[in-house]
Design a protein around this ligand. Sequence first.
Ligand code: NAD
Ligand code: IMJ
Length: 256
Amino acid sequence: MGLLDGKKGLILGVANERSIAWGIAEALKKEGAELAFTYVGENLEKRVRPLAESVGARLVLPCDVTVDDQIDTLFDAIREEWGALDILVHSLAFAKKEELKGEYVNTSRDGFRLAMDVSAYSLVALCRRAYPLMEGRGGSVITLTYLGSERAIQNYNVMGVAKAALEASVRYLASDLGPKGIRVNAISAGPIKTLAAMGISGFKEILDMVEAKSPLRRNVTPEDVGGTALYLASPLSSGVTGEIIYVDSGFNIMGL
Ligand code: NAD
Ligand code: IMJ
């Protein structure tokens, strides 16, 4: 008997086995969920498909969240195969590399637009298609955010502003979809060495700071995030919506 027996979950954001989305997928699978995955481009398809197959996923589909047609085709396939959806995991973000260094004041109009589109609007675009499949089943939507949405963190820049919009979207979506029995929450994860952290200057120092100063004196793992995602996906969190839950070893609570 698993907590998620018979539940169907769509996971966006697996790039490789280090992805936070993969830690979440493993946690949901262990409790009995049936999973579907998406990827962006042929290179990532080669990585995602074997991972998806290792957890028995039959649906592995392309979805660049900036392309409405791809989102429509994805949900057409989910409707056709499953006819319903219980869990949506949104674990993706993107900003141009040049926007993630130097000063935020130099953010370009195009860089701002792209970061907002991929990292914030995409949650709205996905929820618009997901909620008709979730209605009456008690759906759960989970997204990933970072402390840079509420503090100015070096180099996070436009991503911090996009995450602030994402977190506000969580509250508005929770308000809209709550009457339909659908919950929407975010996990604010501590720094984790994934593809999205590669080449970010000062990342090692941030990991070291969490290890030295956080209450738990360690960094978090995708498995830590997976545990909280399992709670948010399951009836254990049936009264929780619109929340930002920190999985960061307690780092966010500390003063200097
Ligand atoms: P990751 O690189 O493994 O995952 C990022 C994913 O975003 C990739 O799978 C990539 O394909 C996807 N993506 C990028 N552009 C896309 C697009 N246009 N359409 C669809 N998908 C797209 O890195 P990760 O660290 O697992 O990141 C997952 C989420 O966790 C992100 O929202 C990130 O902001 C958040 N997060 C990461 C950390 C960290 O330190 N790694 C901390 C807190 C929050
Ligand atoms: C990313 C940039 C700057 C500082 C950062 C991060 N810190 C952390 C991250 C301190 C923890 C990782 N993070 C929370 C993200 O949301 C990363 C998003 C991201 C990463 C890249 C790298 C490669 C690229 N574009 C990206 N877009 C978004 O080209």
